[in-house]
Design a protein around this ligand. Structure first.
Ligand SMILES: [Zn+2]
Length: 482
């Protein structure tokens, strides 16, 4: 046998270092769950569930399609008044129909209060619903109605949480606020944005916000498992109207460049320009948590999304799913195309499109807008910004996140809780910009099919889920006050 020499040892050590570098996970830290403690009180959840469902049916029967939110505010206000919980209404001076409601309980001196918030408006409902969207029906344990998931169901849960704690006279350590805001589906300008700009003092003593933005997903990633996505970050939005111009002419002799063709080429260019994977810090904890639901090799690969050797074996598979694709890329969606209504043989002198661009954390909408404008010059295209908001984020390393995790683990068998970057934007972005810690979680368990009911046809929430939401939310708030 050859004698072990010094250079053998060096070679071995070098191999170990290289192997460790190759195998290194992209992310290792996991946020721990807080243990659930006995609150020392008994809450009559059965009555709360019944009342919660009854309130939800009333809320769903009020059509608030981007307007008339004040009718929901009137209803909520009457409930809180009956419960002797003090409320405050804030009316937008230019839009008297946009009213926000605040209800509060707990001590005057507070540093780490929790705001339970939701929006009172809903989006349009098509004619093809099985049941009338604003005349809620309960069928097979499902409550059908526009807004049941997004998000009057959550409003009912949050209201019952406040009511439950108030009835108990529980000695809260920090204040709890219920906040119902209008106008979210149309941008939140007359709702949360106005409140935070004009009345920041209303939120003194508060640190946390619980809002929409994530759900618990049933049978995910595999049967029998539940995966709670707690939104900690949101992508930014850049809405653009782009217009190509040229001269009109006879379609029998088309020139090389003209408006419609330039527009199509430019859209392709923008789409390909941003079609690349970027594994941001904000998605690593999500994929780390997801990895724990899998066996080798997926468990191994999901922890190595940035690993130069292994990422190629997993990234393409992930981006096949629209949701994961949106977490890993900036996306460009073409949401409108238009040309003047000419005859078949006339080349139009202009053509336009609307692009909805969603930006990952770390991107800057102004910089992207400038880039696109510059690119447009080569195509004789003008770009106009019609909406924009920057990506926002909060840390998951807080007592509230750990408490949510602990309560979910203790209540739902086989469950996981992960910090989540949502492709969609919510009112939380306004609070995050002001330094609040915002988590987007409607604490219920829905299937992936039910997720597609958001803004879709035949939206429903099950009674079981209304009950679960009331239960989990109340527990989370209680645990934070022990
Ligand atoms: Zn919503």
């Amino acid at each position: 046998m050859a004698k072990i020499q010094r250079h053998h040892i060096y070679l071995f050590l070098a191999l170990v270092i290289v192997a460790r570098w190759i195998l290194k996970p992209s992310y290792v830290e996991t946020i721990q769950a807080n243990p659930v403690r006995d609150p020392g009180i008994t809450i009559d959840f059965v009555s709360l569930y019944k009342e919660g469902v009854a309130h939800l049916l009333k809320l769903l029967a009020i059509p608030t399609v981007r307007k008339d939110e004040n009718k929901v505010v009137d209803y909520l206000n009457s409930v809180f008044t009956k419960e002797k919980i003090k409320t405050r209404l804030v009316v937008h001076p230019e839009r008297k129909d946009k009213v926000s409601l605040i209800a509060e309980i707990g001590p005057v001196n507070s540093k780490e209060g929790i705001i339970l918030m939701g929006h009172t408006d809903v989006v349009e409902a098509s004619d093809s619903w099985m049941y009338p969207p604003f005349n809620p029906k309960v069928v097979d344990g499902r409550i059908y109605g526009r807004g049941s998931l997004d998000m009057k169901g959550m409003l009912a849960m949050e209201m019952m949480t406040l009511v439950a704690l108030n009835r108990q006279n529980f000695p809260l350590k920090n204040k709890i606020m219920f906040l119902a805001a209008p106008d979210e589906e149309s941008g939140g300008v007359y709702g949360v944005q106005y409140l935070l700009d004009k009345y920041p003092e209303l939120f003194n003593g508060y640190k946390y916000v619980i809002n929409e933005g994530g759900f618990g997903i049933q049978n995910f990633p595999s049967k029998g498992q539940s995966f709670f996505n707690v939104q900690v970050a949101e992508k930014g939005v850049l809405g653009l109207e782009i217009t190509a111009s040229g001269s009109s002419g006879h379609a029998s002799m088309p020139p090389k460049h003209y408006s419609t063709v330039s527009l199509m080429a430019f859209i392709q260019k923008v789409m390909s320009e941003y079609n690349f994977v970027k594994v941001t810090d904000q998605v690593l904890p999500f994929f780390n948590e997801l990895s724990m639901s899998f066996n080798f090799p997926n468990s191994f690969l999901l922890r190595r999304l940035r690993n130069p050797v292994f990422k190629q074996f997993i990234i393409n598979k992930l981006t096949e799913r629209n949701t994961m694709n949106a977490m890993l890329k900036n996306t460009v969606a073409v949401t409108a195309l238009s040309t003047p209504a000419n005859g078949v043989n006339v080349i139009p002198d202009h053509a336009s499109a609307i692009l909805d661009i969603r930006l990952l954390p770390g991107e800057n909408s102004q910089a992207i807008f400038e880039d696109i404008r510059k690119m447009g010059r080569y195509y004789n295209i003008e770009a106009k910004r019609i909406s924009d908001s920057e990506p926002t984020e909060t840390t998951a390393n807080t007592p509230l996140f750990k408490t949510i995790k602990g309560v979910v683990h203790a209540s739902i068998p086989n469950s996981r809780v992960a910090p989540y970057l949502s492709p969609g934007a919510t009112d939380s972005r306004f609070f995050r910009e002001k330094g609040f810690i915002c988590y987007g979680i409607i604490p219920i368990l829905i299937s992936l099919e039910e997720v597609s009911l958001l803004h879709g046809t035949d939206e429903y929430i099950t009674i079981n889920n209304v009950e679960m939401g009331i239960n989990l939310l109340t527990q989370i708030v209680l645990q934070m006050n022990l």
